[in-house]
Design a protein around this ligand. Structure first.
Ligand code: SAM
Length: 348
């Protein structure tokens, strides 16, 4: 019995190691992206021994060996008798791949985004109105980005990673969502990645990608998508329906109500609707949810909101219902899809 208690205590201590050294996963994956390990293996298309990899990457072999040993142990790369090989995870770390998630890792592991995490407890203790991001950098994340074009690009590229993952899940999970719509405005659409994927999947749609002027100015051209600059608190371009993905979670209820009112003014009075793609936290998980993996991601995103935004948060279904009712919507539906967010449709 005593021995069992000792083993449990040792296991608990090992669990704490996760919190002491959990950052190594992020740091080493960031290092792998910066070195271009996945890119080199992808180009080679065959197992690559350490000597060849370190020569291509111009790295110190003993150091690279230790990095690779860690990454193989974490099952990010594999190693067979002929050398290192890609896995489905490492393929997502290829810098310019269509499915690449590298930009998201580089964004969140950037010192500007990491610094605010040191202020999390201070915010909770002080009930602070300002996010640790604002305290650390002297302006909120959107003003900071407007003044720092490199950071703005990093945010746009990072957000595009989720858009590439989430938008196909939205189309799969709600195949009739865009039926009957001719024009769609993506409010806070970033560099237009979501709209680019949507008009390709639903070629009858004319897309408007609407965002702040500095974001739209850097957005690449895309057939079927018009970029429009503006401020969603002041007005939203007219369209049959408005699409808001990962935007409302950046803001508190009063700001969300303003944004939603601007969307209601912009959409068609009869067939118009607002489509919101956001996390809904605290829902029963289905079996496919793989051991609460998605809920962990949603709650992690809520912590990101606490650290990076002044008023943002992830919301439960009843918080969404309350918010949409206050914003004057009379009918809404929630649809779970095979991804972190749900699809919320709201009609005026
Ligand atoms: C978290 S990002 C989401 C981007 C995109 N919807 C996506 O899911 O990839 C939030 C977006 O809101 C935009 N934004 C912030 N304030 C805005 C405003 N006042 N008017 C329009 N867009 C704004 C930001 O520039 C940013 O692109």
């Amino acid at each position: 019995m005593e021995r069992q208690e000792e083993l449990k205590a040792a296991a608990a201590k090992e669990e704490i190691w996760k919190y002491a050294y959990g950052f190594t996963d992020m740091a080493v994956v960031k290092c792998a992206i910066e070195l271009g390990i996945a890119d080199a293996l992808e180009r080679h298309q065959a197992p690559m021994p350490l000597a060849q990899l370190s020569s291509i990457l111009r790295c110190s072999s003993p150091h690279l060996h230790r990095i690779m040993r860690f990454l193989v142990h974490r099952q990010i790369f594999k190693e067979d008798s002929k050398g290192y090989v890609q896995t489905p995870i490492s393929r997502l770390l290829v810098r310019n791949g269509e499915q690449s998630m590298a930009a998201l890792v580089l964004l969140e592991s950037n010192p500007v985004m990491l610094a605010p995490w040191h202020g999390l407890s201070a915010r909770v203790q002080g009930g602070g109105a300002s996010a640790p991001f604002t305290t650390a950098h002297g302006s909120d994340i959107w003003c900071y980005s407007a003044a720092n074009s490199a950071h703005s690009k990093m945010i746009d590229d990072g957000m595009a990673c989720d858009a590439r993952l989430w938008v196909p899940a939205v189309v799969d999970g709600c195949p009739k969502l865009f039926d009957g719509l001719r024009t769609l405005v993506d409010v806070g659409g970033g560099n237009g990645t979501a709209m680019r994927i949507l008009v390709k999947a639903c070629p009858w749609l004319c897309g408007i990608n609407f965002d702040l002027p500095h974001v739209v100015a850097a957005a690449p051209d895309c057939v079927g998508v018009e970029h429009v600059a503006g401020d969603m608190f002041h007005g939203v371009p007219k369209a049959d329906a408005a699409f808001l993905m990962k935007v409302l979670h950046d803001w508190g209820d009063e700001e969300c109500i303003q944004i939603l009112r601007r969307c209601r003014e912009a959409i068609d009075k009869d067939k118009g609707k607002v489509i919101i793609v956001e996390a809904v936290v605290g829902e029963e998980e289905n079996e496919e949810d793989n051991n609460n993996r998605l809920e962990y991601a949603r709650l992690s995103l809520d912590m990101v909101m606490l650290a990076h935004t002044d008023t943002g948060k992830e919301r439960t279904k009843s918080e969404w219902t309350h918010l949409l009712t206050r914003a004057g919507f009379t009918r809404f539906t929630f649809t779970r899809i095979h991804a972190i967010p749900s699809v919320i449709q709201a009609w005026p």
